[in-house]
Design a protein around this ligand. Structure first.
Ligand SMILES: Cc1cc2nc3c(=O)[nH]c(=O)nc-3n(C[C@H](O)[C@H](O)[C@H](O)COP(=O)(O)OP(=O)(O)OC[C@H]3O[C@@H](n4cnc5c(N)ncnc54)[C@H](O)[C@@H]3O)c2cc1C
Length: 458
């Protein structure tokens, strides 16, 4: 069996860091999603780029599938090894290699988590802004899914903050992409090709990142509304006026009820709510906040409640990051599917209010929470523990995606395609563009060893 030959050969340089232990294979059989789990034949814990090269060369020679694994927090079946093979766990490649304060950049190994990086940077007055809802995720996984988070409205996504990569290609050869300069017109942009490639084109082992200065002043506030429409209109006005908010998140009344209960939020009602954060100088923050508040009041907002102290701010944003877990706790015994639709800002109300109608017609519970500053919102569809529960949830998911596409949007703002969103790609990009994507995959991975069964339907 080729996979057994690979495991035996890899043992010579990985020792017991390549394992067929059932508990470890089971742990690596799925991400944070509802796709059916599949166990890999083995899990390899590599510690260097050189080990990744050697392992990839073996797998390529024997045509054994390889699934890169960061922390397994992805939401669309990305890390499920649907064709078995070796799961390559990057968690031991977790060194911050270099930080340059003057250039405000750094180089990290792929298994560094976003939380680890920010702890490392804190005393240097710098931070890395991209913040998916779970602190466990790795910079490698975030690069591979083109992740974003609550700060993207101001600081951009992984697409904007990854400057360069070290990548082990499917045949084991090594390439470096990009560099440390703020812009370059030199050749094809391979960095952007690998950012968002979901482990289907190569193993990212090192990442060069853009960093940002910790702002002098930070202020957070919430504003509640009687209607979702008013909340979304406020978002649109703020963006159209160019107020540089750092964070602007929407939670509908169902999500607020779940968060109030889960995170013990005080002074807030189960109403549609915007969470804001403003970054800048003291004067700049005050000006941004007063402009945003004025616009909110003009849309019948119920006034700003400030979280000025660091501890109050931390509690507020932890509650936002815990929204997914709050939804699960709200409906015990349910699983969940998170939609990830994104639309042009001006179509946000049509998309969200339409989603609300779909949810109501489905009879399911589905809180809405979203990075509305980017036009991106998640519907956390709670899957009831009934025989047709999953089918009903997927039907609702499809309706929400179909509307987003009809409004000129995308099926995924940040989670990626994995297994769960494959069926929407042709509709979103068109058959010809999908043919080009397949040609890229074929050219870089002709033996189809890298994370097979993802992004493309077959
Ligand atoms: C509660 C919760 C909230 C979330 N909120 C957000 C959010 O706000 N924004 C957001 O963008 N996402 C969010 N996510 C999804 C998830 O956290 C992101 O997709 C994250 O980027 C995945 O990182 P990871 O390290 O866990 O990667 P994994 O799940 O391990 O892997 C993800 C994909 O990347 C590939 N991969 C991993 N490492 C590498 C590597 N070194 N080289 C090549 N390919 C690699 C894998 O093969 C897989 O295809 C959330 C998830 C949860 C559970």
């Amino acid at each position: 069996m080729p996979v057994e030959a690979v495991i035996a050969a890899a043992r010579e340089f990985l020792g017991d860091r390549i394992t067929t232990n059932t508990a470890l294979r089971d742990h690596h059989s799925h991400g944070q999603d509802t796709q059916p789990p599949v166990m890999p034949d083995a899990v390899a814990f590599i510690e260097s780029t050189e080990e990744a090269c050697r392992l990839m060369a073996l797998c390529h020679a024997e045509r054994v599938p390889v699934v890169p694994w960061g922390a397994g927090t992805s939401l669309e079946g990305h890390v499920t090894p649907v064709r078995g093979g070796i799961t390559l766990d990057m968690s031991r490649m977790n060194n911050v290699l270099h930080v340059s304060q003057p250039d405000m950049d750094c180089r990290v190994q792929a298994g560094v988590t976003r939380e680890q990086l920010n702890v490392h940077l804190r005393d240097m007055g710098l931070f890395f802004p991209v913040d998916p809802g779970t602190s466990a995720c790795t910079i490698g996984g975030m690069s591979a899914t083109r992740a974003s988070g609550t700060n993207a409205v101001r600081y951009g996504t992984m697409r904007d903050n990854v400057m360069g990569l070290t990548v082990v290609m499917p045949d084991g050869k090594l390439i470096r992409t990009g560099g440390r300069v703020r812009k370059s017109s030199s050749g094809y942009d391979l960095t952007r090709l690998f950012v968002g490639s979901e482990g289907t084109l190569g193993i990212i082992t090192e990442i060069q990142l853009r960093l940002h200065g910790i702002p002098e002043a930070v202020s957070s506030a919430t504003c509640q509304f009687n209607t979702l429409r008013d909340a979304v209109e406020t978002v649109i006005s703020i963006l159209q006026l160019g107020i540089p908010v750092a964070r602007m998140e929407l939670l509908d009344e169902v999500q607020m009820a779940a968060c109030i209960a889960y995170s013990k939020l005080e002074g807030l009602a189960a109403l549609p709510t915007l969470f804001f954060e403003f970054h800048g100088t003291e004067a700049g923050v005050a000006e941004q906040a007063s402009q945003a508040e004025e616009l909110a009041l003009g849309n019948d907002g119920l006034g700003f409640a400030w979280a000025a102290e660091a501890s109050a701010r931390a509690k507020l944003w932890q509650a936002r990051h815990d929204a997914y877990w709050a939804a699960l706790a709200w409906k015990p015994g349910h699983k969940s599917i998170a939609t990830d639709a994104i639309v042009p800002i001006s179509r946000l109300n049509e998309a969200i209010l339409g989603a609300k109608e779909d949810i109501s017609a489905s009879g399911l519970t589905a809180p809405i929470v979203g990075h509305v500053g980017d036009g991106n919102f998640h519907t956390v569809i709670m899957v009831p523990p009934e025989p047709d529960g999953m089918a009903r949830a997927w039907e609702l998911d499809k309706k929400i995606v179909a509307r987003a596409l009809a409004l000129g949007g995308s099926c995924s703002g940040e989670h990626g395609v994995g297994i769960g969103k494959r069926e929407f790609l042709e509709q979103e990009h068109g058959a010809e563009a999908l043919t080009v994507m397949r040609a890229v995959k074929q050219a870089l991975d002709p033996r189809g060893v890298m994370n097979p069964g993802k992004i493309f339907l077959n």
